[in-house]
Write a protein that binds this ligand. Sequence first.
Ligand code: SF4
Length: 318
Amino acid sequence: MHPEALPSLFTIAASNTLAQMAVGLVPLASLASAFSVTATWPWTPEKLPLLAVLEPVSEQPPTAADRKRAETMSATRRTTQSLRDGELAALTGEIATCRRCPRLVAWREQVAREKRAAYRDEEYWGRPVPGFGDPRARIAILGLAPAAHGANRTGRMFTGDRSGEFLYAALWRAGIASAPRSRSRDDGLRLSGAYITAAVRCAPPANRPAPDERDNCLGFARRELELLADVRVVLCLGAFAWDAALRILAPAARPRPSFAHGAELAGAPALLGSYHVSQQNTFTGRLTEAMLDRVLARARELAELPVTAPGPPRRRRR
Ligand code: SF4
């Protein structure tokens, strides 16, 4: 018998037995041998609905056919996931080699050549920055674009600048990041339950991509979200990301939902807004640690990820 069939059969058995008991065909004592009774005593007609809490003393062990079916379903899930992982890896490679926007290609490469004095001995990434995180993520975090001397230098989203320090510390407190800092592509940092990406993948001058550059690039985030099939909420960092997420997920929404810190739009996935973690916001107190912690707690709630104590992520059961 398939395990899922047990509750309904059990309910029928319980109802039949109680109906017989009610007309005196079954002695009360026989119930004790059939069920573990956790409802209150004595029985009254009003309390009959409480039979939902009756539990069988023993369950039928799964048959060989049940086990075979479960194994087949689990193998299919694993195959689907590994196909998606492969496509996500291929997409990462495609993003990193894109040269579609001439202005942004010129800028990202110029910054990588000229460098900031503090990083003059480093080799800049100088290319589009792919997404980073857990392929089974339930939370997608969408930013604006890589920072010229942050992700454009290190090659990983929000890595190597003050914005990233603020974000990853919060992700660590939320039990999502394995460490409170993100320094380089090979620092061993892991995310559990979240994937970080951006609307535009090349560092734009003055952090302002042009509309055509945004439209050129949005297809990458769209494809990532399609491959991240478990995502239940997209956390948008700032109004640009909120607008980009609407263009991908709810292009027909009218009136157009406005961005605000804490704004939500129900859907599959849902959208959740937060002020961006830029220094402009964090240095001025517009976005505080407590505010970001609350937004992340809400994201976890919408994603149905259990709330955990601060620190390294716990292993999830697959
Ligand atoms: S912004 Fe996007 S579309 Fe434009 S060159 Fe960079 S990766 Fe390609």
